[in-house]
Every structure is written in C-alpha cells, then in structure tokens.
Design a protein around this ligand. Sequence first.
Ligand code: SF4
Length: 459
Amino acid sequence: MAFLKPKIPLECTSFMKLKYHIKTYGCQMNYSDTERVMTVLEKMGYEPVNHYEKADLVILNTCMVKKSSESRIYGLGEPFKKLKEQNPRLKIGITGCMIHKDTGLRGESKEKVFQRMESVDFVFRIKDLMHLPDMLHKMHHMDGADEVSEMKSYFHINPKITNLTQVFIPIMSGCNNFCSYCIVPYSRGRNESRDIAEIMDEVEKMAKRGATEVNFVGQNVNTYDPTDADTGSSDSPFTQLLRKVDAVPGIRRIRFYTVHPQDMGDDVIALYGGLKSMVPHLHLPIQSGSNSCLKRMNRHYSVERFKELINKLRARIPTISISTDIITGFCGETEEEFMGSLNLIKDCKIDLVYVSKYSQRDGTLAARSMKDDVPYEVKKERFEQVTEAMKEVSEEYLKQFVGQTVEVLVEKVEKGYASGKIPEFKLCRFKADNPKLVGQYVNVKVDKAMEWCLEGEPV
Ligand code: SF4
C-alpha cells in the first residue's frame, strides 16, 4: 500500500502547472518503473523539470543494493528541508526498494523512513503506483489519471518512452529466491508475471514507433510464469516470449536482465545463434566463486553449474560476451573463498564484472543471522583485485574486434564522437558530430581497442 504522512496541509493548486522531478537509483528495472511513474504524473498535468530545485514534486526511486545508495538518499533530507522552506508547495515521495510492504518483516518501514527523513511526505511501493493519483490529489489537489487508479496492476500503465530506439519492458516483478543478502523479495514481494499477450502488445506498439532493441527486465526472467503460456510446449514461457518478439518486424536486438544460474534452461541457451535478434551477450550473476559462500548466500547452484552453463553458451557462440556480478567480503568470506571468485573471472574469461563490496541490508537473512565480519579494508582490497582481473580479460576480449566491422547502435553524440553498443554489449565510438545519428545502426571498422571501448571508422 501507499502511505501519506499524517497531517499533510491541503493546498489549492489545481489552477497551476506543477513541476515534477524523479531521481532514479539502481538497476534497469527501476529506470523502467520510472517511465511508468512519469506517465501517471504527466496524465495528472505535472510537467517534468531537470532538477529538484525547480520542482513542486520530487520522487526518489530508490535502490538498496548498496549501502552508499541508501546513504545518498538519507543525505538529501537536509537539502530537501531547505527547499521546502523556499517552496511550501514542494512534496517529497519515495518509492523503489527502500519501501517494504508493512508486513512486520524487519527493514526500512515507512515509519523509519519518515523518522529519518522528516522532509518526506509520502511513500509507496511501485506495485501500488495506481494509488499515486489519489495521494497526489490530497496533497496538490491535482485531478486526472482516473483511468490509472482503475487499473488492476502497475504493469498496465504505459511507460513514457524516453528513448525510442532502446526500450526497457518489465516482464515480471518480485522474486521468490530470498538470497540471504538481498532486500528485493521484501520490497517487491513475490514473483508476478505479465501475460505474453500484454507484453507483445507493448512490444508491437513500440516497434511501430521505432524501437529496434528490446530489453526485458525482471528479477529472475527464467522463472517468468504468465497465465497465457502454451502449457503443451516443450519451451519454457520465457522462450515462448523470446520467439514471439524475435518475429516482430523491426526488432533487431533482444537483451534481458537478469537471469539466475539456478533457473537458466537449455531451451533459452538453444536460442543463442538460433534467433536472429538474440545478442551474443549474457549477464549471468554468480556473486561468489566459492560453493561454501554461495551456500551462505542462499544461492542454490554450484560454481560447477555456472561453468557448465558458460561452456554450453560458448559451444553455440564461441565469442559470446559474459558478464557477471561479484560481491566481495560477504559474511565470513575467507581468503580461499575469495580466490575462488578471482580465479573464476580468469578461468571463465568473464569480460565484465559488476563488483560490489558487501554491505549489510536491514531486514535480510544475512543481517539477521550472520556477522558482517570481513573488515572494510579487506573488502576494498578484494574489490580492487576483481577489478584488475576483469580489466585484463576485458582488454583481451576487445582486441579480437580490431580489424573487424562491428554494428554500433548509436546512443549519444558528444565531444566530436558518436558512441553506442555493439551486439556484444561493448562500447564503440567513431568521430561524428551529427546528433541525428542517435538511434541509428552504423557499421564501424575497428582500428583500436582501448581499456573499455573500441574505436574505428564508419564503413
Ligand atoms: S535472485 Fe536473489 S539477488 Fe536476485 S532479486 Fe532474487 S533474492 Fe535478490
């Protein structure tokens, strides 16, 4: 549910054009959710602005994966207090992973948020987005968006598309896995999947408007479980969805985040090199290269299983790019366990690692039952070792493209360069200053591989 702080003064503002600003933290799922929040606000008559200071409504779409994100959000308490003195109309709302269902589970309850950040006026779980218009009506007397309030789930709210070429579409929300360090099952609740028909409708509409790259987002896309999948098929529902999207005219690239090594099926692997739009890149989060550490993390697979998946993927596409997540210094992580992670990066040639130093999240199993006992300096040192190992693999991986022609989907043009991703999710740039290149596919002959980026000439 959504919660308003008691005694919010009512203001008669229906005659004014009020301005909103949303700050998004964390993963692509949050960015995709923000696009839905924008739709609701703009249906109600709010106008977007690019900074808090110009806004009458600020919404923070939060992430709890890293302690630093949480601290940054609480750090905004004082500045917001001052802004409110200058603009009495200003209301502050929080959504995202910081907000839990008030179930009695430990964690960042609404009371705690209100207590630690006095300037916050309301909080809502993203899945209760349909109730946001009612709350805003009480605070700002804004009307409109009746159709939003009547919708049965936030998935039914069309996103405001900020990037017409590359679209992010949530296919599910929540997670049933309860990894011991993770807050998501408490903040987003259990798995909830959108029907295939509804997703296809969104994809087709986007493709007609110019989308060519579809990014599916969900906490564990391999457990996608809609009500309208073909139960007689040997393909999993996720594979059924991927096949349908591949057939949509105009769609050239499909990416998805995130898969889980425990649930990744052979039917999905078989699509690599099979479906024309499956990109040769997979993000497969391992978190630790040690089976004993994985056990404490409540991740139900082994390092051997992870390696087997990679071998199967490379048997289909030898040059596939594999990225992963690693946490350094998880509760009780020994030097030997850490070496498992470090060696895994080198042995499996993981060319991109999203590495984070473990920090305890209130409300998780690890916070309740394990000691955060690896000193910060050790976590940091291990973090740096992982980064170094990844750099070496990445540089080696990028070198293979020198002399080859790659297809770049241009994302930005600035400082004399156009840049964007190749199908393998690597950045490539070339000299250009025409902003109209954004959203275009350009073939580039690579003449240089730098640390994190390729460079070449259009051909
Ligand atoms: S799979 Fe684990 S880490 Fe990922 S969202 Fe679910 S509980 Fe969190």
